[in-house]
Every structure is written in structure tokens, then in C-alpha cells.
Write a protein of this length. Structure first.
Length: 307
């Protein structure tokens, strides 16, 4: 099968962990141990999150030269290279020596008129206390939103329209390469009034971009790997239960939270509806079982009722 595996932020940094290079590598190693189990006989495309990494680079840049900090599109490109390097190395240590790897900087077009630019919602960077968040909002002009008991910077999250590097991704897959691309939802770009392509201050949702990537690659399966074992009904209540299988129409009616499971459900439903193939939301530690059809929440047009 041709698999697109979208690694959630927990693949790189677990909540509450210091953002050290060692911690990130340790977490990537765990993810790669799972991915290596499904590599034989399959074509692999790996996407990943980058929110904490972009936030850290933004803070480092501001500390160096607050007036000339690099924009988010450049930071996104930097994290694609950094995270891709770690994934290549850790997965390469597990797969046969002759398996080729490639990490692609991936530009993704968004609409400059997307309403998301008027309503920043995508969290990036570390968590802050209320006082720290208020100070940063005043000093830097950031938009801030609650994230559990803490606060984080939020930026615009426009929908992805086009993946510019889709052809070289196909070419690499045809040559047997494992491809790491569309990191952090890709590098957000727009065409300006003069018709020139340029970066924009935004972060594209990684799951929505992964769904578009999987659709354009005609993937057989989209795996959205996160830190829970699937989508739940009545999450957080005593009667909560995991949904093992659902039709996109049924799943969308449940109204999942926009800041957590919502984008994953939306991405899975869009992929299943547009391609007729299966998307699965599940735990990073269950990737092998997900590919075998034995774990996660499976989203498919063939599903008739909740299971």
C-alpha cells in the first residue's frame, strides 16, 4: 500500500517536556520504531507537526534581534529540515541500508483572502502563564489563546490549496524512497498582487495538509497518529467510548473540539469522502495495528453505523 502517516506533535515533544534536542530525538525514535514495522512492502510518506519547534525558533530569533526576527514561513522551512533530518536518521537506523530517504521542503499555497487571517487560531510555541502571555501580547502584538490551564501564541491557519512539490514527491516514491514532506502543514505561501509567490505569516494545519497530500498521491491509507487511541464519544465523561468505525457524515455530526480532535476528524473525513479510501485516527504506539485494521478510529464511506 501507499501510506501517508501524519505524526502529531507528541511524536516530537510530549506535553510538559523540556524542548531539548535529546527529548525530541528520543520521541522521534519511538515513532520510527512503529513506522519501521509497516515499512516492508509499503510505500511511505511521512508528515509531521512542528508547532513547538517553530515557536522556539521564533523566540530565539526575537532574543537575537527582536526588530528583525525571521517570519513564520522561513521558520517553517527550517523546522522541516531539522525534523526531517532526525526522522531520516532514526528510521534509517532501523530499515535496511539500501532504503533511500528524502526530506523535501514543501511549499503549500493558501488563499490570501482566507478568513482565517482575521481569526488566528493555530497554537505555536511553548505554553505560558496568564501573566507571561499578557506581557508577550503587549510587547510583540501576538494573539494569545488558552491551551488547557496555560496559554500559547496563536496565528492564522488558512486551508491548504496546492502542494507545489507534489510531482517530485511522486517521482521519489516511484524510485522506492521514503519521503518526509509537508512538515508542519508545509510552508505557507501566497501569490501577491504582482503574481509572485511569497511566504506568509501563518501555519497550515498539519492534518488538513496531510489529507490533501494523501489525496493527491492517491494513497491507499491515511494514518493520523496522535496521543490518544482514537476519536471518542462523550470524551471526558464517565460514559466515554472510543469510536472504532464511522462514516464521515456520522463523525462530523458529533462536533469535535477545534483545538484538539476537530482538525483530525475533519482531515480524515475529507480524505475518505474525496478518495473512497480509509483514514484512521489512532495512537502513535498503535501504527502497526492501525495499518492492519486492528486499532484506531477508521473513517470510511463503507461504514454504515457507529461501531
Amino acid at each position: 500500500m501507499r501510506l501517508v502517516i501524519a505524526l502529531g506533535g507528541n511524536a516530537l515533544l510530549r506535553r510538559g517536556e523540556p524542548m531539548t534536542a535529546e527529548n525530541q530525538r528520543d520521541n522521534v525514535r519511538v515513532a520510527c520504531e512503529q513506522i519501521a514495522k509497516v515499512a516492508p512492502g509499503n510505500e511511505l510518506v511521512i508528515a509531521h507537526g512542528n508547532g513547538p519547534q517553530v515557536g522556539l525558533l521564533a523566540l530565539q530569533g526575537a532574543a537575537y534581534d527582536a526588530g528583525n526576527a525571521f517570519p513564520l514561513d522561513v521558520l517553517g522551512a527550517e523546522t522541516e529540515g531539522m525534523i526531517g533530518y532526525i526522522i531520516e536518521q532514526e528510521l534509517g537506523n532501523l530499515l535496511p541500508f539500501d532504503v533511500p530517504f528524502a526530506t523535501l521542503l514543501t511549499q503549500v499555497e493558501v488563499d490570501a483572502a482566507d478568513p482565517a487571517f482575521e481569526h488566528p487560531s493555530k497554537p505555536i510555541g511553548p505554553v505560558y502563564s496568564r501573566e507571561e502571555a499578557d506581557n508577550l501580547a503587549r510587547e510583540k502584538g501576538w494573539s494569545i489563546a488558552a491551551d488547557g490551564d496555560h496559554f500559547r501564541r496563536v496565528v492564522a491557519s488558512p486551508r491548504p490549496k496546492r502542494i507545489f512539490e507534489i510531482r517530485p514527491i511522486r517521482w521519489l516514491l516511484e524510485k522506492g524512497s521514503v519521503v518526509i514532506c509537508a512538515g508542519g502543514g508545509g510552508i505557507p505561501t501566497v501569490y501577491n498582487q504582482n503574481g509572485r509567490l511569497e511566504g506568509v505569516e501563518a501555519v497550515i494545519d498539519k492534518d488538513l495538509c496531510s489529507a490533501l497530500l494523501a489525496e493527491q498521491l492517491e494513497a491507499d491509507l491515511l494514518v493520523i497518529a496522535t496521543d490518544v487511541d482514537g476519536a471518542y464519544m462523550d470524551w471526558g465523561a464517565p460514559q466515554q467510548r472510543r469510536i472504532t468505525e464511522a462514516h464521515p457524515d456520522q463523525l462530523e455530526e458529533l462536533g469535535f473540539a477545534a483545538g484538539s480532535m476537530g482538525p483530525k476528524v475533519q482531515a480524515a473525513c475529507e480524505f475518505a469522502r474525496r478518495t473512497g479510501n480509509v483514514a484512521v485516527i489512532g495512537s502513535l504506539s498503535d501504527i502497526e495495528a492501525i495499518v492492519q485494521g486492528q486499532a484506531g478510529t477508521r473513517v470510511s464511506l463503507s461504514s454504515k453505523a457507529f461501531a
